[in-house]
Design a protein around this ligand. Structure first.
Ligand SMILES: CC(C)(COP(=O)(O)OP(=O)(O)OC[C@H]1O[C@@H](n2cnc3c(N)ncnc32)[C@H](O)[C@@H]1OP(=O)(O)O)[C@@H](O)C(=O)NCCC(=O)NCCS
Length: 182
């Protein structure tokens, strides 16, 4: 368990899959992801089996403190022990009425804390499609920098969109933590 003030992150379990599929399949959430197809529960189960087999990712469910109600999910993907880096992805606040209240930023912040402290990573990176300002802003708020723009990298609904590469290093994170504490 990764404990925060209003939420905690716990490991994704098989029993979470129906809820995850429900979150993931909402139109507005699907459209924010690179893969926009609806995923049936059977597909979600296969995805979970592959996740367990690969062993390179860590996916968490965000739950409220202290009652443990699931409110979202977030993951670290392609954890690379040679280069001490991983990709942050699958950030979802499941209930749209809860967007914009700081939950997404708290989830990202907790995951970064875990990545840099417990996993000893040196770099966390993420991708965001240009129209997903909530995703970009939540990451910037947590200390990420836009490191590059992949022009016209993503095609959806009849047009090309830029994709931003965002990153945060351990040095960035330590500097930010010192300024928040001080
Ligand atoms: C992206 C997401 C996780 C952000 O979580 P959230 O709880 O809504 O975000 P927060 O409340 O922590 O807000 C973080 C920042 O983004 C801003 N923001 C939130 N929603 C926004 C929107 N729709 N447009 C522009 N800015 C937005 C907030 O104002 C805040 O910035 P500020 O503190 O400078 O004002 C959430 O909106 C979500 O689940 N979206 C659908 C799934 C998704 O897009 N995932 C990311 C895929 S890459």
């Amino acid at each position: 368990m990764i404990e925060g003030k209003t939420i905690a992150l716990r490991c994704l379990e098989q029993d979470d899959l129906p809820l995850v599929a429900q979150w993931r399949n909402q139109q507005e959430i699907r459209r924010s992801f690179f893969h926009k197809a609806l995923i049936p529960l059977s597909g979600q189960r296969k995805w979970y089996e592959r996740y367990l087999d690969k062993g390179t990712d860590q996916i968490f469910v965000a739950v409220t403190v202290p009652d443990g109600r699931p409110v979202g999910m977030i993951g670290l993907y392609r954890i690379d022990p040679l280069n001490h880096k991983a990709e942050l992805g699958s950030t979802i606040v499941g209930d749209r009425s809860q967007w914009g209240k700081g939950l997404g930023s708290e989830m990202i912040s907790l995951l970064l804390d875990y990545a840099f402290t417990d996993l000893n990573l040196n770099r966390v990176y993420a991708y965001a499609i240009d129209y997903n300002q909530a995703s970009v802003k939540a990451k910037l708020k947590c200390g990420f920098t836009i490191e590059g723009t992949m022009r016209e990298d993503h095609y959806t609904n009849g047009r090309y969109h830029d994709v931003y590469l965002l990153g945060i290093t351990r040095a960035d994170w330590e500097k930010r933590a010192a300024s928040v504490d001080g």
